[in-house]
Design a binder for this molecule. Structure first.
Ligand SMILES: [Mn+2]
Length: 328
């Protein structure tokens, strides 16, 4: 299903890329394999076409995903040489202006959004929003096919696209996985995507700090509403006490939602003196994206989040739980 905000097509994306010379591609904050894979493959398409491409992310690439970037940690706007005239700013996998983080002011400059999130406040002149795509890299694969119908994808490109697919479908387990996802994955393996290594890096390997914060979360999780809601709150001081960084908390929400009977999992993680980041997951039929959008966030129906003021965090969590149909 193409979102009603969409006003361009795969060939429209291809035309826009062909017309541009110097392109900035924004990834979202706390970058994941999908936004990284999408941006880097678009960049390599553009480079192949003799253009200049600058993938940009407001946050560092997490250690666990450095296998995708050959160890490169930073993709900042300062990488764009000052004498280069950017003629296209675009974004991949970015749903909201806030997800541009410190580059939020660039949101008005974005002329092309390629994404699979339906609820969004980042808009552009050209939008391709396909909520049926399991991952943004599934869309980028179609762009590649359009631009180079005869060419074999390189192993590197196939691996980057595969990483996005695998990550956003939880290893092809989530509801967003479609027959087409599997077809694309099969093609990417034919092109040499290193699927076993990618899945090992994405799902089987964790930093000791990540394991520590997950253990801490399991110890401190509260089961509310007859065990249907799992909720855990992490404070700034827990970082030094337990020993973890932001990037180590990526899987905490998945750890707490695995408890039997849990339908809604909520993580409230203090980001700084002022704000908490709330992440939510649902195993039942609710639309967390629209609930979180009411609080200024967004995401997918089953996985969404928002940032709230420190003083509002408890009320916001209660609001989300009630909106999901539970008494708290
Ligand atoms: Mn995605």
């Amino acid at each position: 299903m193409i979102n009603e905000l969409s006003n361009t097509s795969i060939s429209g994306i291809a035309k826009t890329l062909l017309r541009s010379k110097n392109v900035v591609i924004f990834m979202h904050e706390n970058p994941d394999a999908d936004t990284i894979g999408s941006a880097l493959v678009i960049a390599s398409i553009l480079e192949d076409l003799g253009k200049k491409a600058y993938p940009v992310c407001c946050d560092k690439i997490p250690t666990s995903l450095l296998f995708m970037t050959n160890g490169r940690r930073d993709y900042t706007i300062d990488d764009v040489p000052s004498d280069v005239d950017i003629d296209l700013y675009m974004s991949t996998d970015v749903a909201s202006k806030n997800q541009l983080g410190k580059y939020k002011d660039y949101s008005d400059k974005v002329q092309l959004c390629i994404d699979h999130h339906s609820i969004r406040d980042l808009t552009a002149k050209k939008m391709f929003i396909d909520t049926n795509s399991s991952a943004c890299t599934e869309i980028i694969y179609r762009v590649m096919l359009r631009l180079f119908p005869k060419r074999k994808l390189s192993q590197k490109t196939a691996s980057l696209l595969y990483a996005g697919l695998a990550a956003d479908t939880g290893g092809f387990r989530y509801l967003n996985t479609t027959p087409y996802t599997h077809k694309v994955a099969a093609k990417l393996i034919e092109y040499g995507a290193d699927h076993a290594l990618i899945c090992h890096e994405l799902f089987e390997t964790k930093s000791k700090n990540a394991l520590a914060v997950e253990a801490y979360a399991q110890e401190h999780v509260q089961y509310l509403c007859d065990g249907k809601v799992a909720y855990v709150k992490l404070y700034l001081e827990d970082r030094t006490k337990v020993g973890f960084e932001d990037e180590d908390t990526y899987d905490v929400i998945n750890t707490i939602r695995r408890a039997e009977g849990v339908q809604i999992a909520i993580l409230a993680r203090q980001r700084d003196d002022e704000t908490f980041k709330i992440s939510t997951r649902a195993q039942c039929n609710v639309n967390l994206a629209s609930i979180c959008a009411e609080l200024g966030g967004g995401g997918h129906p089953g996985a969404a989040g928002c940032s709230v003021n420190k003083k509002d965090v408890d009320e916001s969590v209660k609001y989300i739980i009630r909106k999901c149909g539970f008494d708290v």
